[in-house]
Design a protein around this ligand. Structure first.
Ligand code: CMP
Length: 145
């Protein structure tokens, strides 16, 4: 059964080009609720660990170099059927193939510098969220009551 959370990163190219605000607005307008968010720069070792599943791919080294080249915004988002809905919002991995109006179509430059990351499964959404956020950050105390 689909869970209601996904994990995203706004990648260095989008942050350095000043697109973070517009991208966060698109998350909000598509009905995603912000659960946790961080602004940080990964070391090459951290980026390598995050993308370890791709370590045998030819693009791994350039992906790691790019993802550690500047600050990113990492966030956990909530919406019903979040993983699938978010992948629709961001579009295909390759910006040149991403549907018009999707985030990667609007703000991506190429396959590596494709503006945003989005989890590809519920299992990876949990693993990736836990890579960046502690338990208390993922499940903050509700102060409303
Ligand atoms: P992301 O959603 O962050 O997940 C893995 C990343 O690997 C992907 O976005 C792309 O940036 C990158 N990637 C996937 N396939 C290729 C490829 N064929 N060439 C270069 N980069 C790729």
């Amino acid at each position: 059964m689909a869970t209601n959370r996904t994990f995203t990163m706004i990648k260095p190219i989008a942050v350095s080009n000043g697109f973070s605000g517009a991208i966060l607005k698109m998350f909000h307008e598509a009905g995603f609720r912000l659960i946790s968010m961080k602004y940080l720069q990964m070391t090459p070792g951290q980026a390598g660990a995050f993308y370890e599943v791709h370590k045998d791919k030819p693009f791994y080294a350039s992906l790691v170099e790019f993802m550690s080249s500047g600050p990113i915004i990492a966030a956990i988002l909530e919406k019903e059927n979040a993983v699938e809905e978010f992948r629709k919002l961001i579009g295909a991995t390759d910006p040149s193939m991403a549907a018009p109006g999707t985030i990667r179509n609007l703000y991506g430059k190429n396959l590596t510098e494709n503006a945003v990351h989005g989890s590809d499964s519920d299992e990876n959404a949990e693993l990736e969220s836990s890579f960046f956020f502690s338990g208390i950050e993922q499940y903050p105390v509700d102060h409303s009551g």
